[in-house]
Design a binder for this molecule. Sequence first.
Ligand code: GSH
Length: 202
Amino acid sequence: MLRIHGIARSRAFRCIWAAEEAGLPYEVVPVGFGPGLKETIGALNPNGKIPVLQDGALTLFESLAINLHIAGKAGAPFMPAGDDASRMFQWTLWAATEVEPANVQWSYNTYLLPPERRHAMAARAGAEALSVRLGVLEGHLASQGPWLLGRDFTVADCNLAGVLYGSWLNGFDYSRFPKVKAWLDACLTRPAALAARKLREG
Ligand SMILES: N[C@@H](CCC(=O)N[C@@H](CS)C(=O)NCC(=O)O)C(=O)O
């Protein structure tokens, strides 16, 4: 049994979605934000952050690494093989290093921070940086879609769409990126995604 420590209103959402896609039994151990998080989770994650996965003797932090582990247990097509596995790593690392920072900058300064702590200039810079990446994704999906690796939905889609989920839900203007918008809509309305979203959105 997979044990996902965290709450759906955090990056644990990504791992709940991946577990649903994989069809593996899992439980969510509710660990939320706030004072005491580091003490609660510190023994499992020295970073003091959620999510954390426990799978037997294995303890893992980093949401997208957790998803790679889950996909590895599920096998194909969620976890692709050969060159497609390399393409999956490329998109997963791109999500973590190119997309997540821009997405976080926009999100914090648009809807996550209390209004008095938001900075309009930072929100604009985040949106611009995110738009550069979405332009790349738009071109890729136009020529090689419908999913990131082509024919099959894989953990690469789950990881990248999981990173973009917050901005998709909270009003980022995707109209300039119609292929990205259609792909995100398709990812985030899959039955597994809807099951995870229900835990978060009610
Ligand atoms: N790169 C990490 C980021 C983890 C992270 O920042 N988690 C947030 C919740 S979404 C957290 O625990 N924040 C508490 C804190 O920073 O004190 C991942 O993807 O798992």
